[in-house]
Design a protein around this ligand. Sequence first.
Ligand code: ZN
Ligand code: FE
Length: 256
Amino acid sequence: MARLRIHRIPARTDNYLWLAHEPDTDTVAIVDPADAEPVIAKCGELGLHLTHILNTHHHGDHIGGNLALKAHYDCVIIGPAADRDRIPGIDIAVGEDDTVALGTETARVFDVPGHTRGHIAYWFANSDALFCGDTLFALGCGRLFEGTPAQMWNSLSKFAPLPDSTRVYCAHEYTQANARFALTVDPNNKALRQRAAEIDRLRAKDTPTVPSTLGEERATNPFLRAEDAGLKAAIGLTTADPVAVFAETRKRKDNF
Ligand code: ZN
Ligand code: FE
């Protein structure tokens, strides 16, 4: 089985659209097309024909290109069952533990409500790739527009069994601002301080910081570290449960 070849397409201010190409069968999916034009341009450049759209949630910067791409390529649109009414052109609705095949590669679907009530993530185990939309970001997580801290903590905890080597293909370049915040709640985390310095170096050259790996996120992302004694002490919640720690961290980020 050939692993997915994954291409980054920058769009709008800070969106990343991920083009996933399974080369054995020339199956080609775009994850969360904010707009159609940059996807058509990239497919043209690579000589590929788009066969699938994978949506993680209904926000405009994730579904904006759906209908134009479907008109252009007659591709199949896959999205969250819990939000099928808000996904333009949806053909196949999926949820927790469903699988999605792209040629020889297969994703497992996770329901990850919190940012929106219907948000899903796609994990391609053989390709070591997690497409998580606006649920998990490099050093951050999505804002809780339609969910509670307990829901989002539970959603993020679903990624716990995935290998450290898993690449985190999130949908935005928010990493540098996230790093500044992370340092305020986890100031004694040496791995975080090193990563923040590296991110500053990369961003000074306008280099993308996504994808990261789940291993890096577990070591440095405060929203995955609600059980870490150092972080809990730093925010004055030494004995609190993880949901309370996560909620406090998310609240501080909203006001940062
Ligand atoms: Zn969103
Ligand atoms: Fe977004």
